[in-house]
Design a protein around this ligand. Structure first.
Ligand SMILES: Cc1cc2nc3c(=O)[nH]c(=O)nc-3n(C[C@H](O)[C@H](O)[C@H](O)COP(=O)(O)OP(=O)(O)OC[C@H]3O[C@@H](n4cnc5c(N)ncnc54)[C@H](O)[C@@H]3O)c2cc1C
Length: 401
């Protein structure tokens, strides 16, 4: 088959790549989405049962894109975030009521979000979905980029967006350098049920084995992300459900009630990666391909969705969407937010993974002091809601046209 010259090829149809294609639904751009797996959520590795916390900023973006109304019934509002340090006195609470917003964030399973994005993509007229296939080579030229796929098909585009995740092959092919941190930690995830209703409460608890987060989910379940040292995950994964619940209870305490049920457990090695420059000749990295974060603050996809909102606005009406000036403007707009979220997440991981007594006392004193300082708490809440940067149109409720 002879393919046209595309305006935009997106490699990777995870949450970031799919969202970008949908944000450009009403544009005149001719788009191709190239994905390694079948576009069915049970085949796509990122669309498992994990809870994804969406900030208020992400909710606004999805509302403007027409996605929110389709997922709303499956989301659970975070009314309060309770941050504590097991064995130390510091506790702080961030509340929606205090911030005068209906919710601090909304939680949805990656699977349901993925299903909705896939349904939306399947009806999009300016889009060719090419899957399951990967890219075997990339060649940027002055006015286009050519790609060869593993089925030997050749494609040409004005702009190539790599949304192919943390181990982005496009980033590697183009020798785009990145900074990486190995945390020596693994996240063990599962959905759990307690004998008390969660009432919209999210918990971030710092335990001796590592940070442990619970996000409120539908059907009164909570989504658990338990960070442990690499190697320790094997035991947690191999325990019977009953023993896992007992071990979890010991680590977390009884603040959320008694843990009575656990779903399927998964594990994810945790690293930080940030591309030194996410823009190359006619190529942009977005989402995890540009920056991949520890999930401690639940900011990874929220940051990626802000990449999507800004890039979609920059290229929606551009004559040549791969033009160097367009891409430079994009990165100029995104840089501060990307650096800020990557650095603050990294600081949080280091602070809360450290058990040296002085640091542990310092951080619990920090939590206790913050609880008494409304302004600091307000700033933290604004950040966790994704509200503290210069907003693109989609986050201000203005459709792209
Ligand atoms: C335990 C855990 C909890 C998390 N919780 C939150 C949270 O609460 N809130 C939040 O905002 N974020 C959270 N995140 C982060 C979030 O999951 C990621 O930021 C998000 O999934 C990244 O999406 P992406 O589309 O950029 O990349 P990916 O999800 O990695 O998608 C990449 C896609 O590209 C495809 N692909 C890969 N290589 C190729 C290739 N060569 N050719 C074609 N296709 C290719 C893959 O099949 C995949 O579909 C969490 C992450 C973890 C691990």
């Amino acid at each position: 088959m002879t393919r046209p010259i595309y305006d935009l090829i997106i490699v990777g149809a995870g949450m970031a790549g799919a969202s970008l294609a949908i944000a450009l639904r009403n544009s005149n751009l001719k788009i191709a989405l190239v994905e390694a797996t079948e576009m069915r959520t049970h085949s796509q590795p990122s669309y498992d049962d994990r809870g994804i916390a969406l900030t208020y900023g992400s909710q606004r973006i999805f509302e403007t894109m027409g996605i929110w109304s389709k997922i709303q019934d499956h989301t659970t509002a975070i009314k309060t975030i309770h941050v504590s340090d097991r064995g130390h006195f510091g506790v702080t609470r961030l509340s929606a009521e205090h911030e005068k917003v209906p919710a601090l964030g909304q939680v949805i399973t990656a699977k349901i979000l993925g299903q909705t994005l896939n349904e939306q993509l399947s009806t999009q007229e300016n889009l060719d979905i090419i899957c399951p296939v990967t890219v075997s080579s990339v060649q940027p030229h002055d006015d286009s980029v050519s790609l060869t796929l593993t089925n030997n098909e050749m494609l040409t585009t004005r702009l190539l967006v790599a949304a192919d995740g943390r181990d982005s092959t496009i980033r590697h092919y183009l020798d785009m350098t990145s900074s990486e941190q190995q945390y020596g930690q693994v996240a063990v995830t599962a959905n759990v049920t307690t004998d008390q209703a969660h009432k919209g409460m999210a918990y971030e608890r710092f335990t001796a084995s590592g940070p442990l987060a619970l996000l409120p989910l539908s059907s009164d379940r909570s989504s658990l992300v338990w960070t442990v040292k690499t190697g320790e995950e094997d035991e947690l994964l191999s325990l019977s459900d009953e023993d896992f619940l007992t071990t979890l209870q010991q680590a977390f305490g009884y603040r959320a009630g008694r843990f009575i049920k656990v779903g399927q457990r998964q594990s994810y090695p945790l690293t930080m990666m940030q591309a030194d420059n996410p823009v190359h000749d006619r190529v942009v990295l977005i989402g995890n391909a540009a920056h991949s974060l520890h999930p401690i603050a639940g900011q990874g996809f929220n940051l990626g969705l802000r990449d999507v909102a800004v890039l979609a606005e920059q290229i929606f009406n551009a004559n040549d969407c791969g033009n160097a000036a367009v891409l430079a403007d994009y990165q100029h707009w995104r840089q501060a937010d990307q650096d800020d979220v990557v650095k603050s997440t990294d600081r949080l991981v280091k602070l809360f993974s450290n058990n040296i007594s002085l640091i542990a006392h310092g951080r619990s004193a920090g939590l206790a002091i913050m609880d008494c300082l409304p302004m600091l708490k307000h700033q933290l809440a604004q950040k966790s809601m994704g509200m503290s940067q210069h907003h693109p149109k989609l986050s201000r409720g203005i459709p792209l046209s």
